[in-house]
Design a protein around this ligand. Structure first.
Ligand code: SF4
Ligand code: SF4
Length: 308
């Protein structure tokens, strides 16, 4: 089996599932949400991370780049991302860690072994392993095998997914999940195209099919729908009425979480040489989401606001 391309592994997380968790972030996503807090997870290839403040101006990257993608502009190292072939040579030669690589290949065995090191914390807290991204299920074979092996090792498992892929990808993963966090990122197709880069038909369809598939299972995963929210942008209150009606049709829904917008990923856009479209937006507070909360509460959905 091909190795999995992973851009981060975080230990001791208390979000993204029950207890203390190890988060494994898979690279590659089929969406491009404007608010994405992990833009380094979008490309399915390694990315060069540039932390300009660390640069000591030694020129080693410039000398060792075979494609001529690196130049000096106004005294600053600049990478032409269209010429860069993501080989990582510059990062290996940079003595100051001003350049590094987002994305490292791991075998499933290596990932299971890394996760098992945190076993005492899982046992004490009811925690386990969460696969996030990016979209973890796009590296489907590796993600499903990792979930399977974690279950065999007795680990609690969770995934974070947006459902924008063929149904079979989710169908294969679901039997090995204790918790499925499923994002609903917009309601109207034209708004989804503008904010996510895709309409949401496949995502809605996959959520509906997942609900139907697991509803008869004796031991089914917890299904948590998460809703990133920029009021009056990706959702209006009227959209929430329709979303709420849709969620009310699900038989296996455990919980709904509203996630008010935060701008924590902003610095990473600069490190990737990309612009951040939501620059200047402030983090929202829980009270900003209250009108939306009330819509779902009125429909008796089990909903909370998860503010940063
Ligand atoms: S990753 Fe390779 S091609 Fe890209 S800038 Fe660095 S050395 Fe050049
Ligand atoms: S190798 Fe690193 S420290 Fe040296 S010029 Fe390039 S980015 Fe700066």
């Amino acid at each position: 089996m091909k190795k999995a391309l992973i851009f981060d592994i975080q230990h001791f997380s208390i979000h993204d599932g029950p207890g203390i968790r190890t988060l494994i972030f898979f690279k590659g996503c089929s969406l491009s949400c404007k608010w994405c807090a992990n833009p380094e997870g979008i490309s399915p290839l390694p990315d060069i991370k540039q932390t300009a403040l660390r640069c000591i101006g030694c020129g080693a990257c410039l000398k060792n780049c075979q494609t001529g993608a690196i130049s000096v502009e106004e005294g600053r190292i600049t990478i032409d991302r269209n010429r860069c072939i993501r080989c990582g040579t510059c990062a290996r030669h940079c003595p100051a860690q001003a350049l590094s690589v987002w994305g490292k290949y791991y075998s499933v065995e290596e990932l299971v072994e890394l996760a098992q090191r945190d076993m005492p914390f899982y046992e004490a807290s009811g925690g386990g392993v969460t696969l996030g991204g990016g979209e973890p299920l796009l590296q489907n074979e590796q993600a499903v095998e990792l979930l399977h092996r974690c279950k065999e090792a007795g680990l609690n498992t969770a995934i974070e997914t947006a459902g924008n892929y063929p149904w079979e990808y989710l169908q294969r993963a679901a039997p090995y999940c204790d918790t499925i966090h499923f994002d609903m990122k917009g309601w109207r197709p034209e708004v989804c195209r503008a904010w996510l880069g895709r309409d949401n038909e496949q995502m809605k369809d996959n959520l509906r099919r997942l609900d139907g598939e697991i509803s008869g299972w004796e031991k089914k995963p917890q299904l948590i729908v998460r809703i990133p929210l920029l009021p009056n942008e990706n959702f209006t209150v009227e959209d929430f009425e329709l979303l709420g009606d849709f969620l009310c049709t699900l038989q296996s829904l455990s919980k709904v979480e509203i996630l008010p917008f935060h701008n924590l990923g902003q610095g990473k856009y600069e490190q990737l040489g990309r612009s951040y479209e939501l620059k200047g937006r402030v983090n929202l507070k829980a009270e900003d989401a209250e009108p939306y909360l009330h819509v779902l509460q009125a429909k008796r959905l089990p909903v909370t606001i998860s503010a940063m």
